[in-house]
Design a binder for this molecule. Sequence first.
Ligand code: DHE
Length: 499
Amino acid sequence: MMLKKIMPVSILLAACYTTAMAADASLPESLYQTHCASCHGQERLGLTGPALLPDNLGKLKKEEAFKLIRNGRVATQMQGFAGKLDDAQIQSLADYVFTQPDKQPDWGEADIRASRITYPSQHPGQDTPVFKADPLNLFLVVEAGDHHVSVLDGDSFAVIHRFPSRFSLHGGPKYDSTGRFVYFTSRDGWISKFDLYRLETVAEVRAGINARNAAISSDGKYLMVGNYLPNNLVVLDAQDLSLVKIIDATDGLGKSSRISAVYDAQPRKSFIAALKDSPEVWEISYGDTASAGFPIRRIRLETVLDDFFFDQDYALLLGASRKGQAQVIDLNQGKVVAKPELSGMPHLSSGIIWKYRDTNVLATPDLKEGVINILDMSTWAIIKKIKTDGPGFFMRSHENTPYAWTDVFFGEHKDVMHVIDKQSLEIVKSLRPAPGKTSSHVEFTRDGSHALVSIWEMDGAIVVYDSKTLEEVKRIPMKKPVGKYNVYNKINRSSGTSH
Ligand code: DHE
């Protein structure tokens, strides 16, 4: 639908460019305008295809970009250009998309407002689920392989619905407190609101060019989007995704910064965001004061926070820079109260918490080292380093299971999923759900009886395990299911899952 609306204008404009640049038809800019602009936008900000700016390309390498332009991308509208362009032209295009534009692109109030789309409902007035399944035991499975989301019944493990998503969703979708509405963020800055009762998209808006993540306020009124480009936080009305406010990410000393991430701190009625290029964390109140303009309380730190996580009360924040310098910030006192000795590259946003003896522990995987760090949350001492078969990305547990699960994401053992006993702090089993294929990202059913593991391949799967016996129960084919999110566990802020 969007394709029809946008294509003619873009093609027309691309054609004008082509004429103007006819003399330099071999220049990469000219090749780009002729062959790419109609889908990826004249300024590389994305249209029906994703934005092609260096910071939006994620982990894509230049060699992969060359192959992608040459051969196309399976299951997308990206066609291969091997018949139209020679290898030198393809290489120059691959180099071009990795080059920063002369002028930093902007995305302001007018762009945000103009991008908003609202969709008419197929079930007007329907305020109960259109399906027979426990709406709180649904999983949303983000399938990056062909950019779709599957709605999975957590009791029968049947897919009850599947719908297309924006390109390259990243981070966990955010449910409102009822579990009816859910918000997705794409790396290209698109926010999509989906109604899980009616099984339909409600509205979409592009809040930025390169978004980090989003958080929904616990009262369900606001969505806050943290951006890398432009450097800002964007407040949206959660009802219809209309723009409420843009907050420039400028630190207390006047320096502009990207946003590392933003989260909702439910008990505090505030959003907590960290700046990525400046050692500052912000508490932005939405309580009774939202009408007064989302006031910012700044906490100045010694080092930046690239990745961070909270205790269950949102009184303490544990954060780390990518160099591993960790700090615990007491959000009430507004100061650093501990500096845990973490090394490597801890992935704190994947941290989980459980009760251990007379204390709570926080466990975090590490993106560089094959280790799970277990920290005592009363002293912030590392009480155990569990050696794994390689660096991992995600961890999960549930209040009703004695185990914590973690993946080995990088290296020759990327197919291993370790199961850790939460009391002995030992690995009790290492599963290989699909030998040779990356297995990653676990999520539990609402009662904790089953653990769902992703096989991260185009012809991948969700593998369902009985969480007591650790035996496989079912295998559901999926297209690179990067993550899955259980409604109940999320809205009840289970200490074993991400928030
Ligand atoms: Fe993520 C969540 C940061 C790369 C898949 N990732 C998050 C969150 C942050 C983050 C801050 C929490 C946001 C939220 O849920 O609101 N991710 C980063 C990085 O800094 C990093 C290392 C570099 C980058 O490219 O941004 C990174 N992430 C990746 C990937 O390469 C992954 C594996 C594949 C992809 O899709 O890009 C990836 N990240 C995920 C997933 C979640 C996530 C699936 C949600 C986890 C959850 O269970 O909540």
